[in-house]
Ligand binder design. Structure first.
Ligand SMILES: [Zn+2]
Length: 118
C-alpha cells in the first residue's frame, strides 16, 4: 500500500506512484506552485522594504555611515540582498538594487548609492 502525497489515503499501485488520483496530483502541484509564488513574493517584499529604508535614510547622500542598530530599528533585514561584490580593499558590499551596504565595524555600516550612470 502507498499513501497519497495529497490526501494521505492509501492505495495500491506501482511503488513510484505518488498520488491516488489525477485530481490529487493536480491539487498537489497547484498548491506547490502557489507556495513557491508566495515565498517569492515575501522575498520581494523584504527587498523592496530594504530599498525603501535605504532610500529614506540616505536622502540625497551618495555615501554615509550609519549605526547598524538604526537599520535594524527601521526593520532592515540584512539577509535579503540582490547581489554581493568585493571592492579593491576586499570589502564585502551587499547590493539592494541601486543601493549597497558594507559592514565597517561591529556597529557601523557604510551605505552607498550607485550613480545612475553605472
Ligand atoms: Zn489522494
Amino acid at each position: 500500500m502507498i499513501n497519497c502525497l495529497h490526501c494521505n489515503s492509501s492505495f495500491n499501485g506501482r511503488v513510484d506512484k505518488k498520488f491516488c488520483s489525477n485530481d490529487c496530483k493536480n491539487s498537489f502541484n497547484y498548491n506547490m506552485r502557489k507556495k513557491t509564488k508566495s515565498e517569492v513574493k515575501t522575498i520581494d517584499n523584504f527587498l523592496h522594504r530594504n530599498r525603501e529604508i535605504l532610500e529614506v535614510l540616505m536622502g540625497n547622500y551618495k555615501k554615509m555611515m550609519i549605526h547598524k542598530i538604526n537599520l535594524e530599528r527601521a526593520g532592515f533585514r540584512f539577509e535579503y540582498m540582490t547581489g554581493i561584490y568585493h571592492n579593491k580593499e576586499n570589502k564585502r558590499f551587499h547590493y539592494v538594487y541601486d543601493y549597497a551596504w558594507a559592514e565597517f565595524t561591529n556597529q557601523e555600516v557604510m551605505l552607498v548609492k550607485k550613480s545612475e550612470k553605472q
